[in-house]
Design a protein. Structure first.
Length: 314
């Protein structure tokens, strides 16, 4: 089933499991997919920034997609297809959809500066991959150095019917969500799904501004599922209390350079993957950093039993 504007809930940004030699750990791909499904996610996104996509070649990317899609069954899978050139983007996008992916995610290249350049880039991307493939705009100026105003996002949505979702990762970005929803309310933009990233750092208020859910890689996706559910059911205090309990670990994950290492370490501790290995070039965790993470998990376990993990001796 193809992705559309009704997508909601939590789409977990998945890591790519590697073994200590740097090879894709196929057994952990299955294990990780089962883990995310068990956490109650609505979908998964693979080959994003957190998935170390630039470190995989085209064959590996398609093989990983095939394995995740086959394991996930009916769960929709979004595939990151951002690439320096449109030939590689088209090959991965068409290949992923042929395998059974639900849609693709496209980030803007960092050289774009004007609104016209941004809209023009997405027009060309759709021409390259085909207008039949639903796509997600990845709006992450902190990483890509491309600033998309609400008006330019509206223009992309107006111009390209295959745009069905925004991955919102602007910071600060709460007013952007409000502006986009106001465009929908006044009829100047058709409805799209808005799922939020940034490690879920602002998810509590993003939901209240009109987001449909989260698309991020925080190592407790089951917490994100609960916060989205509580927010949508109007249980504001419970949503904020649960979110606040996780906030110290969410914050720790947000450290530039080591955030992926933190996430992989916690996912390994939770049994989602066998190793916390990254493919080089990479930055690992010191013993001190691991001790700090373990301390945060112990503190979190006092209010959320999911963080009560067996000791690993680190």
């Amino acid at each position: 089933m193809k992705l559309d504007e009704t997508a909601a809930g939590v789409y977990a940004i998945a890591v790519t499991p590697f073994d200590p030699r740097g090879d894709i750990d196929r057994a952990s791909v299955d294990r990780m997919t089962d883990f995310y499904i068990g956490c109650g996610v609505s979908g998964m996104t693979i080959l994003g920034v957190m998935g170390e996509a630039p470190k995989l070649d085209g064959e590996e990317a398609l093989a990983l997609t095939r394995r995740v899609v086959a394991r996930a069954g009916a769960l929709p899978i979004i595939v990151g297809v951002s690439a320096p050139g449109f030939a590689a983007m088209r090959a991965l996008a068409r290949g992923a959809m042929d395998i059974g992916a639900a849609g693709v995610m496209i980030a803007p290249p960092s050289h774009l500066r004007t609104d016209e350049q941004i809209v023009g880039y997405y027009r060309q991307a759709v021409e390259a991959i085909g207008a039949d493939i639903p796509f997600v705009i990845q709006d992450y100026p902190l990483a890509f150095q491309v600033v998309m105003t609400p008006k330019v996002i509206r223009e992309i949505v107006r111009a390209l019917p295959s745009c069905v979702m925004l991955k919102h990762e602007d910071w600060p970005g709460l007013e952007k969500i409000s502006a986009l929803r106001s465009f929908e309310a006044d009829g100047s933009m058709r409805p799209i799904s808005i799922l939020c990233g940034n490690g879920a750092l602002f998810l509590d208020f993003e939901m209240e501004r009109g987001a449909d859910g989260a698309m991020t890689g925080y190592a407790f996706p089951d917490m994100l599922v609960d916060v989205v559910r509580l927010s949508k059911s109007g249980e504001r205090q419970m949503a904020h209390d649960l979110f606040d309990a996780h906030l110290p670990l969410v914050r720790y994950e947000q450290q530039a350079g080591v955030g992926l290492a933190v996430r992989k370490y916690v996912l390994q501790r939770r049994g989602a993957i066998a190793f916390d290995s990254q493919r080089t070039p990479s930055v690992g965790l010191s013993r001190t950093a691991k001790a700090e993470i373990n301390y945060l998990l112990e503190r979190l376990a006092r209010v959320d039993g999911r963080a009560a993990l067996p000791s690993n001796g680190a």
